[in-house]
Design a protein around this ligand. Structure first.
Ligand code: SF4
Length: 481
């Protein structure tokens, strides 16, 4: 049994910080000494909100509707997840590509003064009448949380009126957490409470829960399934492209693992506590080292240590000559990396395969998992800048101008406008993971370095909104300690 119920707010764990400008060596030492303090910025650009992660995590579930009890703007960022969902359908051979059924209640000034519960009731009723879904997810927002609209009570009421639709309220009010991964936790807490309900189901001996966020491409899904099948596992791939039936199968599994380090990590703990399902929580399988660690992690839980070593040996023999060729193209190149916590650290480990040098790393959060990664990275790279930031492109552009990396790996918009060769690391369209993914990603980085023409032209024609004086300032001047 759980000794303490997890709130779903990532900051509730001690030692987890956001908002910091530092270096690899400094952050490691200060974390060890317990001197990393939670900070803030006196000026900040928009953060990624947890509501979007709650929505993106579940958006591809079959027969579902998504009702956001919020002003219209809150769902604006859903566009990236919608794009991933549409592309994912195309890659899976679906001809009639659908959009997710997202409905916004449009909380406005009047609703804030007089309450928005009637709007929510009407929206849910219309959604269920129109689409006859198996599940209706009801998302809270800052506005609904502040005015105190009771989404749980409305969901319970409407559950009686519509017994064929499961009503699932999700508490992902944006103000609750500055760590957007809290949104994943809010979605999984709701799944456990309203769908799984701690009920026991018959166990399936070869079944493994493989948790995957929206940003994992179909090619990566197949690679992960291939690797797991080699150690005798049948995969329950969730919640991306899954269904109510597959969600209900979660407690039947023999073990769980996740593709992303900060996706379902808390939920896998809950599955252990509530259903006795052991799990592997290691790293994201990007690059040789991390793929080996990830693979060994789940093999250990399944008791397949000997088998996995044989497979890893064969995979290394297959890919190492190809990695060597990539080294010849990439060795010595200086790299800046920016991504979610799981991807940024995994990509930093990957570049070591290619002999590249890390000069800067941007990641949204720092915690004990990050400390393990930093210890490893400090051992292979000279000192590098670490920017702990949820978004904040103004800091990123300043750092890139100063550091002048040869390549940028991550979310590329701003670096591309500075003319730096960029490679997207959140590529939901192409391979990134596992032994095959790293070859594809390496070639993509090398090709970008060889053909940087597009970004160079972009830099000539696009004006960034920053004054020259900003590039001379300390990039971390707005961070308070
Ligand atoms: S829920 Fe709050 S933080 Fe999230 S988009 Fe809406 S207003 Fe912004």
């Amino acid at each position: 049994m759980a000794s303490k119920q997890y709130s779903g707010v990532r900051e509730s764990h001690p030692g987890r910080v956001n908002d910091l400008g530092t270096t690899g060596r400094e952050v490691k030492e200060n974390y060890e000494k317990g001197c990393l303090k939670r900070a803030d910025r006196t000026f900040a650009q928009g953060l990624q909100c947890q509501q979007i992660n709650s929505m993106a995590a579940l958006m591809s579930l079959e027969d579902s509707v998504f009702i956001s009890h919020s002003p219209q703007g809150c769902v604006g960022c859903a566009i990236m997840a919608v794009d991933m969902y549409r592309v994912g359908q195309a890659h899976r051979g679906i001809k009639n590509i659908k959009n997710p059924r997202i409905i916004v209640t449009n909380i406005d000034q009047k609703s804030v003064v007089f309450g928005g519960e009637n709007k929510l009731r009407e929206a849910v009723k219309k959604a269920v009448d129109r689409y006859n879904p198996k599940i209706a997810f009801i998302y809270a927002s800052c506005a609904s949380g502040i005015i105190g609209d009771d989404i749980d009570a409305i969901a319970a009421d409407l559950g009686y009126e519509y017994p064929d639709t499961l009503m699932v309220p999700i508490h992902c009010e944006g103000f609750k957490s500055k760590i957007c991964a809290s949104g994943f936790d809010a979605a999984f807490i709701a799944i456990n409470k309203y769908i799984l309900k701690k009920e026991k189901v018959p166990k399936e001996d070869d079944l493994v829960n493989l948790f995957a966020p929206t940003t994992v491409s179909y090619a990566d899904q197949k690679e992960m399934e291939r690797m797991l099948s080699l150690i005798g596992a049948r995969v329950n791939y969730i919640p991306f492209y899954s269904s109510l039936d597959k969600i209900k199968k979660i407690p039947a599994a023999k073990a769980s693992t996740s593709i992303c380090k900060v996706f379902a990590d808390e939920f896998m703990k809950t599955l252990w506590e509530d259903y006795g399902i052991p799990y592997s929580h290691t790293v994201m399988p990007i690059g040789i080292r991390n793929t080996d660690i990830w693979y060994r992690g789940i093999a250990k839980v399944l008791g397949k240590e000997a088998e996995v070593e044989e497979i890893i040996k064969k995979e290394h023999e297959r890919i190492e000559p190809l990695v060597q060729k990539l080294r010849e193209r990439l060795s010595g190149k200086r790299v800046f990396i920016c991504g979610g916590t799981g991807r940024s650290f995994a990509a930093a480990a990957l570049i070591d395969d290619f002999g590249m040098e890390l000069v800067g790393l941007e990641t949204p959060t720092y915690d004990e998992d990050a400390q393990v990664d930093i210890e490893y990275l400090n051992g292979i790279h000279k000192d590098f800048v670490v920017d702990i930031a949820n978004m904040q492109p103004f800091e990123q552009v300043n750092l890139i101008k100063r550091l002048q990396p040869d390549a940028f790996i991550g979310v590329p918009e701003w670096a591309a406008k500075l003319g730096i060769p960029t490679t997207h690391v959140l590529d939901g369209k192409r391979p990134t993971m596992g032994y095959d993914g790293l070859l594809f990603l390496g070639n993509k980085i090398a090709d970008q370095l060889q053909n940087p023409g597009f970004n160079k032209k972009l830099a000539e024609h696009v004006r960034l909104p920053y004054k020259d004086s900003w590039y001379e300032e300390d990039p971390f001047k707005y961070i308070t300690r």
